[in-house]
Write a protein that binds this ligand. Structure first.
Ligand code: FES
Length: 120
């Protein structure tokens, strides 16, 4: 484990989100129904920011660009955009599914900490 303190807890009220940097990488923090999530703010499909992605009640986030959908708890792909617009179905079928990177979080001393082990 490699924990980094990223934000005072009071700066992320429930239902809000913030992008922070950890080891030079943008991490999207979300507070959903009292639960904290930390995920890469880089969509594995084509690299769009997930900051404005729709969060569903069942704990998924939908990329605002091509609507790939990921589980916020595990990063698992729920729905992979079949192809980038303008590329076409044949080339798009070569696009391989990649899970979203998720990070463990904890609250200690009034701050949010993220385990960034594995981030370079
Ligand atoms: S960049 Fe996110 S679905 Fe394409």
């Amino acid at each position: 484990m490699s924990w980094i303190k990223v934000l005072p807890r009071e700066q992320l009220p429930d239902g809000h989100r913030r992008v922070v940097e950890a080891n030079g990488r943008p991490i999207l923090l979300l507070s959903v129904k009292g639960q904290l999530h930390a995920v890469d703010n880089v969509c594995p499909h084509m690299g769009a920011s997930l900051e404005d992605g729709q969060v569903t009640d069942d704990g998924t986030i939908v990329c605002p660009r091509h609507h790939s959908t990921f589980d916020l708890h595990t990063g698992e792909v729920i729905r992979w955009s079949p192809w980038p617009p303008g590329v076409g179905r044949m080339l798009g079928s070569l696009s391989r599914e990649k899970a979203l990177s998720v990070y463990a979080t904890r609250v200690e001393d009034g701050s949010i900490w993220v385990d960034v082990q594995g981030l370079d």
